[in-house]
Design a protein around this ligand. Structure first.
Ligand SMILES: [Zn+2]
Ligand SMILES: [Zn+2]
Length: 134
């Protein structure tokens, strides 16, 4: 993703990833808006450090009531990569994806204490009691 590593000094860049670029459809989440990644790149002799700030909106189905919800995503992280002096670009897509996945719960909830659906009739118990309950 980083096509140009500066020979020395710092580089600031901002990149907007299309929805599918990071392949975030794995797990319970999918991105519904492009993910914005701002990166500050600085190069050492054999290494490149990249400070990234990722912002976006992710969409998920509540694991209890199955309703679709959106959640804002915001994370900053610092990566360090080893590079050869001849390297002109590094690919950090995979690392970004892993960082994002680390932050996502396996069983997302639309809100804490979501009551979910009735196992018998499938009624959304957040909206009130269903008829099976006395
Ligand atoms: Zn829910
Ligand atoms: Zn019920």
């Amino acid at each position: 993703m980083l096509r140009n590593i500066p020979g020395s000094g710092c580089l600031s860049l901002k990149q907007v990833f299309p929805i599918d670029a990071l392949d975030l459809t794995c797990g319970a989440f999918s991105s519904c808006e492009p993910l914005t990644v701002e990166a500050k790149v600085s190069r050492g002799i054999n290494s490149v450090s990249v400070d990234v700030v990722m912002t976006g909106v992710l969409q998920f189905d509540c694991s209890r009531c199955l309703a679709t919800h959106k959640r804002e995503f915001n994370k900053s992280h610092k990566f360090n990569f080893e590079v050869k002096p001849s390297d002109l670009f590094i690919d950090i897509d995979q690392d970004l994806r892993e960082e994002i996945m680390l932050d996502l719960p396996i069983k997302p909830l639309c809100k804490t204490g979501c009551k979910g659906l009735c196992a018998k009739c499938g009624e959304d118990l957040n909206l009130g009691k269903c008829k099976c309950k006395k």
